[in-house]
Design a protein around this ligand. Structure first.
Ligand SMILES: Cc1ncc(COP(=O)(O)O)c(C=O)c1O
Length: 421
């Protein structure tokens, strides 16, 4: 996971991390709550809560007005945009803010689809969340042909040969996930972007699941679009779209007439959730603070974000190794995805299993009663559960680790699961 940008050693102050998240101190039926539901949405640090509430109590206004709180709102949105620019390594005017990744992707598929018709093709993958599948598949109604690349069932990795074969001179766009929110596989998105570019196609990366786990650098990737959701990386329930400036300018969004033609605002519809945008800036502040604590010598916000990722990576890796080794020792348990520790660079700490004789819902419910928050089902990665033929069986039990989890929680989770089965 670490990139060339992440070189020098850093350390994670886990006690400080946990002290930032008030919800982690909760108990359920007398058991300490263990948040293994990060892939569905992470907890937020106190500063995000404070930013939201302080915006509402002080600055609450619409944008573009000739008075103080409106000007403050304009400034706050500009700050959040620039913070997200540092988070993804792009310019602030390439950051589009929206309700969530799904609506941003539908908006972009509609806009890109305006110029497409019969003879044009779009390449998708069966490993993706449905939010990076259905919005593109909807363009079939314009005569566009959809081609979906397979994944290898044995280890749930993308079949890169199949993907490469499906990209042709007719391909107009390739949409791929950075990491799977079901089986945890990290895809070689740099190679997918290269293949798309070689064919003259656009690349659209769904980084929603990857964002809490690994550093994103849209400049290094050279992708055309990348989407993520701040509620998956310790921020409020909002979505972010990065688009290369040339595309945001060239494409035509569906929009109301009084809205500006300037980017990025022309891609943002109606009045946005300003209080949550205030929370986005606070979320990036958290990442920056985490990085500066891990590596005090960093100069810029971007360098601090890089240092934060360098610090959390070994911790997530160690928890994942322990969790996967422990799970595999449970009789009747089947783990889906990469299980060989030598290949753990190609996966993140999102783990799905099934256990003979127990439905995922039953396991999640029993774990939930003991304070362990896991998920059951398909998590909208519908093609994955259908291809692996577990959709009709209730999908998987998903255990998601992020950097605020602890080794002790991993041990307790394994003990609870053993007791249950
Ligand atoms: C990989 C992935 N992509 C897309 C989405 C959809 O994100 P949003 O809820 O912001 O629309 C999710 C949500 O779980 C996801 O995990």
């Amino acid at each position: 996971m670490p990139t060339a940008e992440q070189t020098s050693s850093t350390s994670l102050d886990l006690a400080w991390v946990r002290s930032q998240f008030p919800s982690l101190a909760q108990t359920i039926h007398g058991h300490p709550a263990v948040f293994l539901d990060g892939p569905g949405g992470t907890q937020v640090p106190q500063r995000v809560i404070d930013a939201i509430s302080s915006y509402l109590s002080r600055d609450n206004a619409n944008t573009g007005g000739a008075y103080q709180t409106s000007r403050d709102t304009d400034r706050m949105i500009a700050d959040a945009r620039s913070a997200m620019g540092d988070f993804l390594n792009c310019d602030a005017d390439e950051i589009v803010i929206g309700a969530n990744m799904t609506s941003l992707t539908y908006a972009m598929s509609r806009a890109i689809g305006r110029d497409l018709g019969p003879g044009d093709e779009i390449v998708l993958t069966l490993l993706d969340h449905d939010a990076n599948f259905s919005p593109w598949k909807a363009l079939e109604e314009k005569g566009v042909t959809i081609r979906a690349a397979k994944f290898n069932e044995a280890d749930c990795t993308l079949d890169m040969h199949d993907l490469a074969r499906r990209i042709t001179s007719h391909t107009k766009l390739v949409a791929v996930g950075y990491a799977s929110n079901a089986v945890g596989t990290i895809n070689n998105v740099a190679e997918v972007v290269r293949l798309a570019r070689q064919a003259g196609a656009l690349s659209y990366i769904d980084a929603v699941h990857y964002a809490p786990h690994g550093l994103i650098d849209v400049r290094a990737l050279d992708c055309d679009f990348l989407v993520c959701s701040t509620y998956k990386f310790f921020g409020p329930h909002m979505g972010i779209l990065y688009g290369k400036r040339e595309h945001l300018k060239r494409l035509h969004p569906y929009k109301v007439r009084p809205n500006t033609n300037n980017i990025p605002n022309c891609w943002e519809w109606g009045t946005l959730n300003h209080e949550c945008i205030a929370g986005i800036k606070a979320c990036v502040d958290y990442w920056e603070d985490l990085g500066r604590r891990a590596k005090p010598s960093v100069a810029t916000r971007r360098e601090a974000i890089v240092a934060a990722h360098t610090a959390i990576h070994p911790h997530e890796r160690a928890m994942m190794e322990k969790m996967i080794a422990g799970l595999q020792a449970i009789p009747g348990l089947k783990l889906y995805g990469i299980s060989d520790p030598r290949r753990f660079d190609n996966r993140c700490a999102t783990i799905v299993v099934r256990i003979e004789g127990h439905t995922p819902l039953e396991l999640a419910t029993k774990l939930g009663d003991r304070g362990f928050f896991t998920w059951d089902g398909n998590y909208y990665a519908l093609n994955v559960t259908e291809q692996l033929d577990v959709e009709r069986l209730g999908g998987f039990l998903r255990i998601g680790l992020v950097h605020y989890n602890t080794m002790e929680e991993v041990e307790r989770m394994l003990a609870a699961l053993k007791e249950i089965v």
